[in-house]
Ligand binder design. Structure first.
Ligand SMILES: Cc1ncc(COP(=O)(O)O)c(C=O)c1O
Length: 286
């Protein structure tokens, strides 16, 4: 069965899916996106993802490409047509197609692309058993990383650097030495006292949907969360460290810049958060 993509009102085979060369997403990264996890046939936390999409669009004055109520139906339909039971659904909105000029075009319809892809939950579970390694890199992104923009070149370069170093994620570090977030995830540590620590999301990081839901998971498990900055040194000396994102949920971090976190094995609190996540998250039938 061929993969199917939704592109501006049409369902097309993935191999034939295309946008115009003057789409502003292509030319200026003038667009935003969301990634929702699909687990056991449910789209995870879809209302929160679509609320964040709305925020990103509003912050950039990009028009909704379809009426708001239609988008959940389109996401479901793309998941269904691709028979994704476990995987992800990706949605991207750009300011549309217009003759190349920096200023906003008048009367241009936003572009909408939706794709879905299968993933192997067993592979993710296996990865969580060993954990991942992260490297740290200096923050070099723009000031509005609270917007989920498709302009991800610093993230691409940071994650490539991580890969070349044998790691799976790169943490951006502020000029004051505090950890901001990963190239495609939020960063967390667990203190010696078992308190979860993550940077406040008011400014300087993306407010991850998984991060938001993790507060509810932690409450259910009776765990305390402190929203505050933490340094690379504090992370290296922590009892546990982990990342969160829609596609990784809570993924243990076992090494930072080559130094083992605790005994170099995934932490038990991280694994319990990971295990409890799906019970707590909102699940929309796909
Ligand atoms: C820079 C960045 N931070 C955090 C996240 C985690 O966000 P979410 O939990 O909504 O996937 C992502 C996800 O892609 C990201 O790109």
């Amino acid at each position: 069965m061929p993969r199917i993509a939704y592109v501006n009102g049409r369902y097309v085979t993935h191999a034939d899916a295309a946008v115009h060369i003057e789409d502003r997403g292509y030319q200026f990264a003038d667009g935003v996106y969301e990634v929702c996890e699909v687990a056991q046939g449910f789209i995870v936390d879809m209302p929160r993802h679509l609320a964040r999409l709305n925020r990103s669009l509003t912050e950039l004055s990009i028009e909704w490409p379809v009426t708001k109520g239609v988008l959940p139906l389109l996401l479901r339909e793309v998941v269904r047509r691709n028979q994704v039971v476990n995987g992800l659904v990706y949605v991207q909105v750009t300011r549309g197609v217009a003759s190349r000029d920096f200023v906003f075009p008048a009367d241009t319809l936003s572009s909408l692309v939706i794709t879905a892809r299968k993933a192997d939950p067993a592979a993710a579970a296996k990865r969580a058993e060993t954990g991942i390694k992260v490297i740290t890199v200096p923050e070099n992104r723009w000031d509005r990383v609270d917007i989920k923009s498709t302009g991800l070149l610093p993230n691409v370069l940071a994650k490539q650097k991580a890969k070349e170093a044998g790691a799976q994620e790169a943490w951006f570090v502020d000029t004051d030495g505090s950890v901001k977030e990963g190239g495609s995830s939020n960063a967390w540590i667990v203190t010696r006292d078992g308190v979860l620590v993550t940077r406040p999301a008011e400014h300087g990081i993306l407010r991850g949907i998984t991060r938001t839901t993790m507060f509810e998971v932690a409450a259910k498990l009776g765990l305390k969360i402190e929203e505050r900055g933490f340094s690379v040194a504090e992370a290296k000396a922590a009892r546990e460290a982990f990342i969160s994102s829609a596609t990784t949920i809570a993924m243990p971090v076992v090494a930072i810049d080559g130094a083992a976190v605790a005994n170099g094995h995934p932490g038990s609190i991280t694994l319990s958060l990971r295990q409890a996540f799906f019970d707590v998250a909102e699940k929309s039938p796909a």
